[in-house]
Design a protein around this ligand. Structure first.
Ligand SMILES: Nc1ncnc2c1ncn2[C@@H]1O[C@H](COP(=O)(O)OP(=O)(O)OP(=O)(O)O)[C@@H](O)[C@H]1O
Length: 253
């Protein structure tokens, strides 16, 4: 299936060309190209082991591709990964904050690295918004998984980045928090930010993403806008399952 490179005419915040990553004989990511324009909320969907985290690790300069090029916020990630990490807000897969810092110390630490001024107010805003101010003086090692996820989310958006890259944004969050985070992300892109997420959860993509990519066995098998007629006229789950080769097998999702 041809890949619809360049989902919008807008300024490209992410541009990936012919990107591949192999681990030994495993082709985790196999010659994919796509771009994400300013103001998009792009959702990367795919079954377990399809290559989502590997793509995020390459976008954020944590691992080097076997071949291909990546520009994030106009920066060549291979040439200057540190700059990309400075500019973009990032939540890596299953990341946890340092065990020995309190939640507040961790946010202050990140704010300092990002050279923010008057960051106390910004941190307080996040404690309030995600409703965990009562735990700001707890050591991160004592926080629940969901609260650690809230903290990771807060650190990514603390400096109001132009682009946020988040692996599974809603993981471990309760339904109330999921709703808050979804609304936040939708509002963030409406006000000009750009967000790239990976998720297994088709419902999330349907509710908040403006565009999606579907990856299967390292190959990008679909990219398109969510208001695309193909998707509107089809049952999204069936469409996904057909693309990943398992029609009728909901257990995959
Ligand atoms: N460090 C590594 N060494 C060897 N193989 C790896 C490594 N990291 C990932 N892989 C393999 O690359 C493929 C893609 O993995 P990846 O973690 O990117 O998938 P994913 O789509 O994020 O999966 P999940 O949804 O289960 O988190 C898998 O076959 C995985 O086993």
């Amino acid at each position: 299936m041809p890949v619809n490179v360049g989902l919008s005419g807008a300024l490209k915040m992410i541009e990936v060309r012919n990107l591949s990553k192999s681990y030994g004989s495993t082709k985790a990511v196999n010659d994919i190209s796509f771009s994400v324009g300013k103001g998009e909320l792009f959702g990367l969907l795919g079954p377990n082991g399809s290559g989502k985290t590997t793509i995020i690790k390459m976008l954020t300069g944590q691992i080097k591709p076997t071949s291909g090029s990546i520009r994030v916020l106009g920066v060549d990630v291979l040439e200057d990964p540190v700059r990309v990490r400075k500019l973009a807000g990032i939540v890596p897969e299953q990341e946890t904050p340092p065990s020995f810092l309190t939640a507040e110390e961790y946010l202050y630490f990140v704010a300092n690295i990002r050279k923010m001024e008057n960051y106390e107010k910004a941190c307080e805003k996040w404690f309030e918004f995600l409703d965990f101010g009562d735990q700001k003086n707890s050591l991160c090692k004592d926080l629940s998984r969901g609260t650690r996820q809230k903290l990771m989310f807060a650190q990514a958006f603390l400096h109001e980045p132009e682009l946020a890259i988040i692996d599974e944004p809603l993981i471990n969050l309760d339904p109330v928090m999921q709703r808050k985070v979804k609304d936040f992300l939708a509002g963030y892109v409406k006000s000009g930010g750009t967000v790239f997420i990976s998720t297994h959860i088709l419902e999330i993509a349907k509710q908040i993403c403006t565009s999606i990519g579907i990856i299967y066995k390292g190959k990008l098998v679909y990219t398109g806008h969510l208001d695309d007629l193909t998707l509107q006229e089809r049952n999204f789950e069936e469409f996904f399952l057909e693309l990943v080769g398992q029609p009728g097998n909901s257990a995959l999702v």
